[in-house]
Write a protein that binds this ligand. Structure first.
Ligand SMILES: Cc1cc2nc3c(=O)[nH]c(=O)nc-3n(C[C@H](O)[C@H](O)[C@H](O)COP(=O)(O)O)c2cc1C
Length: 310
């Protein structure tokens, strides 16, 4: 079983990837999406999105981190893919699942699930632009408004030469509303032969087991669940005990110090507060702790309060 840490724009940045891959054994991470319109990004841009490129495309604990691109023009996508691969990204991931209105309005993300031929052109251009040894993976939803074209999309992606396809088991209009339709991943799997990774609403070991049974997939991707329970990956893989609240507090403190190290000049209290909104789902202690830090702005104050709450 492979377990992949989901890309999450504005949430799973490189410090979060460091922390989560330190807390459990992932097979792969995917960066937040890089929006490709009509230019080829220069190395400093890719290094900012994926600082791991400076250390062989891996987190400090050795998990590969793949750059994700989002865009609609095969040519620009191909050139950016080639640039990221040349900088050492271990493969390229393509985002055809983003539901954001502004992105969709400009023909990026999930809206392209209405155009299997365009998916084919993009995946093919990227496949041809990167070395054969570089994996090209794709992430899609079940569709835009409905699931009618799901199989056509998967077939287009496969015939364009993708090596792996992750399916977030909802349409665009379903947003993040439960349930995820794992059984529809199973139906798609019957029609294609490339490796499929199941994604959506895996919050526990039991969910992972059921998702794998229902979808028929060996491999899974976890996103929000990994933020709610920071060692979810090891809970799933090794039946490890859930991380305790004091252990989570230690992680929060390391997270704060990582941010200071990475940026030198500062730290974003909003990111740590944002993480509490996920932790609340798993830990009853998170809500009262959040109440105590929510108005604090200084790193040292926040860290001291987290220590007190641990
Ligand atoms: C805040 C947020 C940001 C996301 N950003 C991305 C992204 O940059 N690229 C992408 O392919 N998916 C993105 N996703 C979708 C997730 O990767 C994942 O498919 C989705 O959350 C379902 O998985 P989960 O139930 O395990 O969270 C994002 C989801 C959330 C909630």
């Amino acid at each position: 079983m492979k377990i992949i840490l989901a890309p999450m724009e504005g949430v799973v940045d490189h410090t979060m990837r460091e922390l989560l891959t330190m807390s459990g054994q992932y097979d792969l991470c995917v960066t937040e999406f890089v929006r490709v319109v009509d230019q080829v990004y220069k190395p400093p841009f890719f290094h900012r999105i994926c600082p791991e490129l400076r250390q062989g495309g891996k987190t400090r604990s050795g998990t590969p981190v793949r750059v994700q691109l989002l865009g609609q023009h095969p040519g620009w996508m191909a050139e950016n893919a080639a640039a990221a691969a040349a900088l050492g990204s271990p493969g390229i991931d393509l985002n055809f699942g983003c539901p954001a209105k502004t992105v969709n309005r400009h023909r990026g993300g999930a809206v392209l699930l209405q155009e299997p031929e365009t998916l084919y052109q993009i995946v093919k251009a990227v496949r041809d632009a990167v070395p054969k040894t570089s994996e090209v993976s794709v992430k899609m939803r079940l569709g835009y408004e409905n699931t009618d074209l799901a199989v056509d999309c998967a077939r287009a992606i496969e015939s364009a030469g993708a090596d792996m396809l992750t399916i977030h088991a909802r349409t665009k209009i379903e947003g993040y509303r439960p349930p995820a339709h794992w059984h529809l991943i199973h139906d798609i799997r019957q029609q294609v032969s490339l490796p499929i990774v199941a994604n959506g609403d895996i919050w526990s070991r039991a969910d992972a087991k059921r998702c794998r049974e229902v979808s028929g997939c060996d491999d899974i991707m976890i996103g929000r669940g990994a933020l709610c329970l920071p060692n979810l990956v090891d809970v799933i893989r090794k039946d490890a005990a859930a991380m305790t609240w004091p252990e989570v507090c230690d992680l929060l403190i390391i997270y704060a110090s990582f941010r200071r190290d990475a940026h030198g000049r500062g730290y974003l209290p909003s990111r740590i507060k944002q993480w509490f909104s996920y932790l609340k789902r798993q830990y009853p202690e998170a809500l009262p702790a959040f109440e105590k830090i929510k108005r604090l702005q200084q790193l040292d104050e926040i860290t001291a309060m987290i220590r007190l709450c641990s």
